[in-house]
Design a protein around this ligand. Structure first.
Ligand code: ATP
Length: 245
């Protein structure tokens, strides 16, 4: 059995103390894998990411049952900064870059949990290498970048924390097909360099084309999981998520 870098067991989440939104979810991200998390709007994908990265309290949400472990260590209920320090970073839906800050300052902000200057410099050099477009626009105001460039910046910023696991919430949302391909290629490169990836996507084709395994959520439960190739070949999934049979 491969090492599991992120392990979620029987997770239950409520919002506002009443709305049960995750109903006992279990999911594994094996070390070095890309795992796709699929599901219709409102299935609970974003909530799962919030739950594992310590962001639920900002949304009046709470874990009521279950556990989350990173590299075998329990992290259930840790706050967001502590989760980043332990090695898990998130690229949130809608990119959420600091629009008034420069590209450079956005990247520096991503390194806030890192104390070692040598490590920050190394991460910075790596991000510049990965994203020549960011290197070329280091001093530009981030809000003036194109949607695709802003997505690259959001990914670059998350990488500044040297994560073992990178979580992404719909990175292809609103991007032109050519730019979606660039995002896809970047994720493949990041993964090949050793970072495990949990990828939430509406674009099931894109996600399953690079994933090792996938999970399908429906109203807060896992209803399917398996090798990405099996999910891609499944008639129901093709019809629902890929729009073809
Ligand atoms: P989407 O693709 O639309 O983001 P999703 O699968 O990520 O969908 P979530 O955003 O996790 O789904 O939402 C799951 C359910 O939780 C939905 O019914 C949603 O209305 C509800 N929900 C999300 N955030 C909150 C909140 N802060 N308070 C109350 N309910 C919430």
């Amino acid at each position: 059995m491969p090492d599991i870098v992120l392990s979620v067991r029987n997770l239950e989440v409520v919002y506002n103390d009443v709305a049960l939104v995750l109903r006992g979810i279990s999911l594994d991200v094996p070390s070095g894998a890309v795992v796709a998390l699929l599901g219709a709007n409102g299935a609970g994908k974003t909530t799962l990411l919030r739950a594992v990265t310590g962001l639920l309290p900002t949304h009046r949400g709470r874990i009521t049952k279950g556990t989350v472990a990173l590299d075998g260590q329990p992290i259930t209920g840790l706050d967001a900064a502590a989760v980043v320090r332990r090695g898990m970073s998130q690229v949130m839906e809608g990119r959420r870059i600091f629009a008034e800050l420069s590209v450079e300052d956005n990247l520096r902000a991503g390194a806030y949990t890192r104390r070692s200057r040598v490590e920050v410099a190394a991460n910075h050099a790596r991000v510049m290498d990965l994203f020549p477009v960011l290197a070329a626009r280091r001093r530009s105001t981030a809000g003036y970048l194109s949607g695709g460039e802003q997505q690259m910046l959001a990914i670059g910023r998350a990488l500044m924390a040297s994560p073992k696991v990178l979580l992404l919430d719909e990175p292809s949302l609103g991007l032109a097909p050519k730019v979606v391909e660039q995002v896809r290629d970047i994720l493949v490169t990041i993964n090949a360099a050793g970072t495990s990836v949990l990828l939430v996507e509406q674009n099931a084709m894109m996600a399953l084309s690079i994933a090792t395994t996938g999970y399908v959520l429906e109203t807060g439960k896992v209803v399917r999981d398996g090798p990405a190739s099996e999910l891609l070949a499944d008639e129901d999934i093709r019809e629902f998520y890929l729009g073809s049979t």
